[in-house]
Design a protein around this ligand. Structure first.
Ligand code: M6R
Length: 608
């Protein structure tokens, strides 16, 4: 996730911007830049890599001035590179912009601006913003920014400077955070509070579509009609450490709560009821797909669990046979890959050694490879034939949460795209699934509200030595992920079993008091799951069920139930994993474990 900082005051802007950006480094980034305005115009300095690279550039060629904007970029549209780094400017460099978020209609805006004679240098969605502002500029920066944002769809927090009005910094937000720091004879904008805490503790928290103008006279707030508004400043009492976590106790909890937005961002500009699915970097055609006889989906850990859901989705919707495997097993088992195979590798980091090895082997054998990854410019994204980025933003906690749900969304997007190419679903069926997918961010928000029962469950179970997860179909796939979450952060032994497998061995482990977490969200398998639940209850198990709203019958068979909002059977994993993540989180907290950095684990496994 990108970081924004802006400064207006009497001091030199560049060092203050760098200081602010350093405070936002925890958000993750792959390039950085600043733009400073003075009487001579706007000067921009930006480059790929760490902030230290930018600092060295600024030592070599200092930028002087008391007004400026700075940015750390986490690549989404376009590789990490000097040219894709922010700030972005119009070609006259009279307007410079930093931006967080995603402009969903940027392709349309870009084409339109090109038809008006504008030129583009980068692959970013952001570059349309300074050009749009330029198009609307008639001597009043705030008016031009207002007109520009009214044509923008998607999410944004932007900071703008203009050489024709060097005494001004304008900013606005929608669905992306932005705050204003109120100093003495100076003011700041930033995407997060830690960036300004060295200079002020008094801030305005901007709401959607609120504009702010920083000038020598102070800070002016405007609503979307351009009318001046007032706001009570918020006095920050907590320290920078807590602020980085956005008020949450840990990054993992913060990332669990970021899931509705991550789901929305991953669908943004790809899924809409008005158009076919748009896949930026997947160029497979109908003809290519006809030649493919089998899909292999390969990944490790959480990403493997997402691939298991992908298998269900692709087979059900696109009717193509899919084999799914763990990368470390797949690479040594002489899989039957040919030129007719399509290999889909899934990796949050894009750097996992076994997954990368599978990608390389598969390419050698002539297979086409699609990478699903969260990191633009990662090894798998560079080496695969096609790429689908999940737009989860950087995941800092070792335990994967928002990366998993966005990988699920990527699986559905691929399955639907293939179904459309193969015409295995009618356009009405595709429409209905897309409609249900677009509801998922709101349903995920609702699911997150259900915390009390989960906390209570954790209080009662954190001393257990073992827990079992049960499910059938997609519920089994999600159970595997729930079990992994629990064991990796709470160190409680747990296993996930397919309900039908119980009788084939595992039921021997069930005794009085054994804790079982049963997922019962697949309507066509619900009766079968209830029978499995009865089998363990009869042997003394304590059962908590995850079920869909309306399935009140389940209450007769279990000790407690977590209800999820209703959605299509195929989409439930996106919601049912949330209570499982929270169970793992609360149990681990009760045990005073370090949830963000569990023992023996690394975020990215780049060795075999
Ligand atoms: O970066 P990747 O998605 O390739 O990582 C694969 C696994 O190491 C990863 O999913 C791991 O299992 C999770 N961090 C567990 O929460």
């Amino acid at each position: 996730m990108c970081g924004i900082v802006g400064y207006f005051g009497l001091r030199e802007a560049a060092p203050l911007l760098i200081d602010g950006l350093q405070k936002l480094e925890y958000r993750g980034y792959d390039s950085a830049g600043v733009a400073i305005s003075n009487e001579e115009g706007i000067k921009v300095s930006k480059c790929k890599g760490r902030l230290a690279n930018l600092e060295s550039k600024l030592i070599e060629t200092p930028l002087k001035g008391n007004v400026g904007i700075g940015h750390t970029r986490w690549a989404t549209h376009g590789e990490p590179s000097d040219v894709n780094s922010h700030p972005h400017s119009n070609s006259k460099i009279s307007i410079s912009v930093v931006h967080n978020g995603i402009i969903e209609n940027y392709l349309k805006l870009r084409e339109w601006l090109i038809s008006k004679g504008y030129e583009f240098l980068s692959e970013t969605d952001t570059e349309v913003i300074p050009n749009l502002i330029d198009y609307y500029y008639e001597g009043n920066l705030i008016e031009a920014v207002m007109k520009a944002v009214s044509s923008m769809e998607g999410s944004y927090a932007i900071g703008v400077i203009c050489s024709k009005e060097p005494d001004k910094l304008v900013a606005v937000r929608k669905d992306s955070p932005l705050i204003v720091g109120l100093g003495k004879n100076e003011s700041f904008i930033a995407s997060d509070i830690p960036a300004v805490l060295n200079h002020t503790r008094d801030i305005y928290l901007l709401e959607d579509k609120e504009f702010v103008v920083l000038t020598q006279q102070g800070v002016t707030l405007l609503n979307e009609m351009g009318e001046e508004i007032t706001k009570e400043p918020y006095h920050v009492t907590w320290n920078a450490d807590a602020a980085e976590k956005g008020g949450y106790e840990d990054f993992m909890l913060k990332e669990i709560h970021e899931q509705p937005k991550a789901i929305k961002d991953t669908m943004a500009s790809r899924i809409s009821l008005d158009h076919d699915i748009i896949l930026d970097k997947i160029t497979i055609t109908k003809e290519n797909l006809k030649e493919i006889d089998r899909i292999f989906m390969v990944a490790c850990g959480t990403a493997y669990h997402a691939a298991v859901v992908g298998k269900y989705a692709i087979e059900k919707l696109a009717k193509i046979p899919v084999e799914v495997d763990i990368a470390s097993e797949f690479r040594y088992r002489e899989p039957l890959i040919t030129e007719k195979s399509l290999v889909i590798v899934v990796s949050q980091s894009g750097e996992t050694a076994d997954t990368l090895a599978v990608l390389r082997d598969s390419k050698k054998k002539g297979a086409r490879v699609i990478a699903v990854t969260n990191v633009v410019g990662s090894s798998v994204s560079r080496e695969a034939d096609d790429v689908l980025y999940t737009w989860a933003g950087p995941e800092i906690a070792v335990a994967s949460t928002k990366a998993y749900v966005t990988q699920l969304i990527a699986m559905y997007i691929i399955a639907l795209h293939f179904a459309a190419l193969k015409e295995s679903l009618s356009s009405e069926e595709i429409y209905d699934i897309k409609k249900a997918m677009l509801e998922l961010p709101t349903l995920a928000e609702e699911t997150l509200e259900n915390k009390d029962v989960l906390q209570k469950f954790a209080d009662q179970t954190y001393m257990e030595r073992d827990m079992f997860f049960l499910g059938r179909g997609l519920d089994y796939a999600v159970s595997m992920e729930g079990s992994l979450k629990l064991k990796e952060i709470s160190y409680i032994h747990s296993e996930a079993y397919a309900g039908g497998e119980l009788k084939h061995g595992p039921i021997a482990l069930i005794e009085k008091g054994t804790v079982v977490i049963a997922c019962v969200t697949q309507s066509y398998l619900a009766d079968k799951m209830v029978s499995n639940i009865k089998e363990v209850v009869t042997r003394g198990a304590k059962v908590i069920a995850i079920a869909l709203e309306g399935n009140t019958d389940i209450e007769k068979s279990v000790d407690s139930v977590i209800y999820l909002p209703k959605t299509l059977d195929i989409l439930t994993p996106v919601l049912s994993v949330i209570p499982l993540q929270l169970i793992a989180y609360y149990v681990a907290k009760q045990k005073a474990c370090d949830v963000d950095k569990p023992r023996n684990l690394a975020k990215s496994v780049t060795v075999e």
